[in-house]
Design a binder for this molecule. Structure first.
Ligand code: FES
Ligand code: FES
Length: 134
């Protein structure tokens, strides 16, 4: 089975999407397929024919303007090694699109599928709070 993750990274050279566990556990490979959060390491590329796929490369507002979540990660130091960061950002963008004013619990829940092995959770959490404040 050819995985969507490999096609993105190796054929399309969209290397912003990362591989962590390769088993659907860490969220590093998160992308949006037709607006739904998906772990691309679990998706056979054949299944997504005709779907719209958005990766971290497509999250910025424009070439000169980052998404508020990306800007907040920079301002709050939300990235350490950066492996989890694209997935975290996409999860946060998805959360805020569905719920622009999440509670702290809703933020934690929205990021629950994404693991950070650098254990930078506090700064990641603060980044999402900052993004909500706009
Ligand atoms: S690499 Fe896909 S969930 Fe970890
Ligand atoms: S910043 Fe290193 S895994 Fe999260």
């Amino acid at each position: 089975m050819e995985r969507l993750l490999d096609v993105l990274r190796e054929q399309l050279r969209l290397t912003g999407t990362k591989e962590g566990c390769g088993e659907g556990e860490c969220g590093a490979c998160t992308v949006l397929i037709d607006g739904r959060i998906v772990n691309s390491c679990l998706v056979p590329v054949a299944q997504v024919e005709g779907c719209e796929i958005k990766t971290i490369e497509g999250i910025a507002i424009s070439e000169t303007q980052l998404h508020a979540v990306q800007q907040a990660f920079i301002e709050c130091g939300g990235a350490q090694c950066g492996i989890c960061t694209p997935g975290m950002v996409i999860a946060a963008v998805d959360l805020l699109e569905k719920n622009p004013n999440p509670t702290e619990a809703e933020i934690r829940n929205g990021l629950a599928g994404n693991l950070c092995r650098c254990t930078g959770y506090m700064k990641i959490f603060e980044s999402v709070v900052r993004a909500c404040e706009g």
